[in-house]
Design a protein around this ligand. Structure first.
Ligand code: M6R
Length: 369
């Protein structure tokens, strides 16, 4: 059942082109317009939404953080991301005009379920982005948008994460189309580009040999840092979470802009730092800013492992290692940049002789608060 792979996690990483492709399937008409009749929420109700709150935990919450950048850009609706357990025990600003989107692979995470119930009590419209048919969270929500990643067995979430990001993009583009804002016309173009992503993931998966070698050399490492900006920031945090879960290594993800506000003090000679570099066409000169962040940490002795787009030569002078990802537009990059980080955690766990699919102290679905 592992399909020839040593672990479920590895199999699931290699399933990712399908997870993204299948999640896109059947969500557009022949003309390329988004069609989400499955939501069974009236267009009026959705047009009425003036804020979105995403509730989720762990990796699913990072998918929500990625989605925030995209949905705000496409719809101009403010999006907030709340860890479900924090949302539940706070006094959130949520009412009849709020859309609360929960994200959960299992559909059984108690913290997320409680957050959804809380949101409904407050009168919000609730949509569940979920991978498991017939599970509790979709049942307790007004509507569901299923991710089609297929069953995820490994405790560490990989393909569900990519499918969650994809489903949130579909939702964001649908809302943008519905509201007819400035970006509505772009929705079809973005969908077209999204459809090209599975082949790019496939291509990327064929080039992970060097990542495996790097992981092997790092089996004794005690701490790894991850940096990113914009959609690369949640990816940095996801890279760190994967490493904690799978290799029991202290790891932290930062927004690269925060470096000078504290974390740069951690940099000492030999400290490994992964940097997720936005493509050179990213707005606000973010590419340039991240390149200078790499330069700053390198000057202090960091060992820089840089994830950059094909053809990006600016990073080369400051990188100890460059891992290349295929080109795509800035908001879609997380679907590619996270893959080497998943692979790194998988191979480091293997190099340390640990149980990849069943890390200590963790359960696949957390059904208690
Ligand atoms: O089933 P869910 O998506 O609700 O689970 C949420 C988290 O518990 C989950 O993503 C967890 O962080 C994973 N072990 C991450 O790899």
């Amino acid at each position: 059942e592992k399909g020839g792979y040593d672990t479920f996690m590895e199999k699931e990483i290699f399933d990712q082109p399908h997870a993204v492709g299948d999640t896109l399937l059947g969500r557009t008409d022949e003309a390329g317009h988004l069609v989400l009749d499955e939501l069974r929420i009236s267009e009026e109700q959705l047009k009425n939404v003036d804020r979105i709150t995403v509730v989720a935990c762990g990796t699913a919450a990072y998918a929500g953080m990625v989605a925030k950048y995209a949905i705000e850009h496409w719809t101009r609706i403010p999006v907030e991301v709340s860890l479900a357990h924090e949302f539940r025990y706070s006094d959130p600003i949520v009412n009849e005009r709020s859309l609360v989107v929960s994200i959960s692979q299992s559909g059984e995470t108690m913290d997320t379920l409680m957050a959804v119930k809380h949101a409904r009590e407050l009168g919000a419209l609730t949509i569940s982005v979920c991978n498991t048919h017939g599970s509790t969270i979709p049942r307790e929500s007004d509507a569901v948008l299923y991710t089609h990643a297929g069953p995820e067995i490994a405790v560490a979430s990989t393909k569900a994460f990519l499918a969650q990001i994809t489903a949130c993009y579909v939702l964001g583009l649908y809302l943008s189309q519905l509201r007819g804002g400035t970006f509505a016309d772009d929705a079809q173009a973005v969908m077209k580009e999204l459809h090209e992503v599975p082949a790019k993931i496939e291509e990327l998966l064929g080039t992970m040999g060097r990542v495996q070698e790097i992981a092997r050399f790092m089996a004794d490492t005690r701490s790894v840092l991850f940096l990113g900006r914009n959609v690369g920031f949640p990816i940095a945090m996801e890279g760190a979470l994967k490493l904690k879960e799978l290799a029991y290594i202290h790891a932290e993800g930062f927004a690269a802009g925060e470096l000078k506000h504290g974390p740069i003090a951690l940099i000492e000679p030999g400290q490994p730092v992964f940097v997720v570099v936005p493509g050179p066409d990213t707005p606000h000169e973010l590419h340039k800013k991240v390149v200078s962040n790499i330069q700053e940490i390198r000057a202090r002795g960091a060992r820089t492992i840089v994830i950059a787009q094909e053809g990006d030569e600016d990073v080369v002078p400051f990188a100890d290692e460059v891992i290349r990802v295929p080109r795509t537009s800035p908001l879609l990059q997380p679907l590619l940049t996270v893959v080497p980080l998943q692979m790194f955690a998988l191979h480091l766990s293997t190099a340390k002789g640990l149980d990849v699919d069943q890390p200590r102290n963790l359960a696949k679905s957390v059904t208690v608060e």
